[in-house]
Design a protein around this ligand. Structure first.
Ligand SMILES: [Zn+2]
Ligand SMILES: [Zn+2]
Length: 146
């Protein structure tokens, strides 16, 4: 991956981080970039080895922390797999949810959120202050279902 391209593609990220009081570190940019450039969801060790291609000294603990932060910011979501493991993928800033193919591991995103309205209704009804929700679909993509 070329450095220039990498920076250009991440231009909005800096503003995004700063607006939320987070620093735009090379590690955060690298993890985001690796996930964005992968059509498939990636495990922590896959992310680690890819990030090390351009940040050779980064440790696994940093990858863990970075993923936590990116998850908190809503840029990355955990993909829960059938075997109880999980991996990671990016979602768009406008609140997306992943559709995950269990055969080829590719992730497709859908933007509409049926939960939003439901959680507002639930909040009103129960007085519970709902802050977030998780939603993902597992299945076979068009290529794999044949
Ligand atoms: Zn597939
Ligand atoms: Zn949602």
């Amino acid at each position: 991956m070329k450095e220039k391209q990498f920076k250009h593609k991440q231009a909005w990220v800096k503003t995004f981080f700063h607006a939320r009081g987070f620093k735009c570190t090379p590690q955060r940019l690298a993890v985001l970039s690796v996930l964005k450039n992968s059509p498939k969801h990636l495990s922590i060790s896959e992310i680690h080895s890819r990030v090390r291609e351009f940040l050779p000294k980064v440790g696994l603990a940093t990858i863990y922390r970075t993923l936590e932060t990116l998850e908190e910011l809503g840029l990355v979501v955990k993909v829960h797999l059938e075997d109880g493991c999980h991996s990671y993928t990016v979602v768009s800033r406008e609140h997306g949810h992943p559709m995950v193919c269990v055969r080829c591991n590719r992730v497709f995103e859908f933007r509409e959120c049926p939960i939003d309205r439901m959680s507002k209704r639930l909040s009103r009804k129960t007085g519970f202050a709902i802050e977030t929700h998780f939603l993902q679909f597992l299945g076979k993509c068009q290529d794999c279902k044949r």
